[in-house]
Design a protein around this ligand. Sequence first.
Ligand code: NZQ
Ligand code: ZN
Length: 401
Amino acid sequence: MNNFQYYNPVRIVFGEGQIKELANLVPTNARVLITYGGGSAKRSGTLDEVKNALNDGDNSRVVFEFGGIEPNPEFTTLMKAADMVNENDIDFILAVGGGSVIDGSKFVALTAHLKEADGTVSRDQAWAALTSYAQDIDSAIDLGAVLTIPATGSEMNSGGVINYSERQAKLPFGNPLAYPKFSILDPVKTLTLPERQVMNGVADAFVHVMEQYLTYPVDAKVQDAFSESLLKILISEGKAVKANPDDLEVRKNIMWTATMALNGLIGTGVPQDWTTHMIGHELTSLYGIDHARTLTIILPSLMRELKDTKKDKLLQYARHVWHINADDQDDDTVIESAIVCTENFFKELGLPIKFTDADLDDTAIDPIVAQLKAHGMTALGEHQSNDLEVSRRILQRAARS
Ligand code: NZQ
Ligand code: ZN
């Protein structure tokens, strides 16, 4: 196991009816900006529930709202929210939604103080922060979250991903000041999700675990066993939620698993490989494909392309997660079986596993590789050896499979 420091200050408040806890979690004298997405939080009544909880009788919190944060949150929209923060002296941002709203709110929290002389937020400085120095920003507005879709882990991590359509860029950022002070996880809130979003969430969490697990062994027994457990739970609960979407116990397990998948714990002291995500971001920004669906398209081809460097972990994955008996089979056969199991699982959840499933063909490869180059994604993976040629070969496999 490699050396590590583990720090995660996020208070998780989990369970049915826990939105009422906002009354205790948000400072009573705060000027609060509630941020939300395209309207699901309004339609489901969650937004009203949040506002009621904030107005707990002493009326001392001043509450503003900013709606319309898109899936794959748009830089330009977030800058409007950041201006609103300054115009109203906001000192607490409460994100109500999924990864997009929480990520976007983290970015607002980090960039609102980057002001021009006229008091508006400097778009140039915020863009520069996203592309280079977000990790060095040393002040941010406090943030809390009410999670409505289990998927990204944003509710318990310090990162985010921002989309800037005009620049065809979807870029990650991270800063310890972006950890939410708390996140409320009420599984009942996930019952209104369309099936597509539920499955996207299961797949996103699955790939998060894989990117922290499928590298090479460093004898990290805790991280490996936790990862394998999370994968097995996602497989069983993913199938269960498809069969019984109203089963609250299943929803609870999916919600907590998705949080655990990317709160830093399983990634401590182990090599990581975020190649699938980095290629996936380019598919979203160029072709508008849902985040999770880009991942299920890329991962199987990545596993095949990198089966030699990832051989030991792929064999472990086959044995421990899919229970493939390796006794009288050669390694390649075992690994291929595990990849096919992974593909079948994704297919069972209605997710794409190759270009044609998402109406893409091989003409997409050159633009994706060009964007990877433009965004400096030229040395990815646990050995930084996934250069543009490796990414191209992964894409070619996804295009011809
Ligand atoms: O916008 P609204 O109307 O709220 O609708 C949303 C949106 O259309 C809807 N939704 C959310 N909760 C709902 C609901 N509909 C009905 N009932 C509910 N309870 O679901 C749609 C998708 O929402 P979104 O927030 O985009 O989904 P998700 O949580 O999957 O977030 C995806 C974003 O997170 C980034 C992705 O790149 C993408 O931009 N990621 C963030 C990460 C992080 N911070 O650590 C890591 C991930 O790898 C990921 O990259
Ligand atoms: Zn993801």
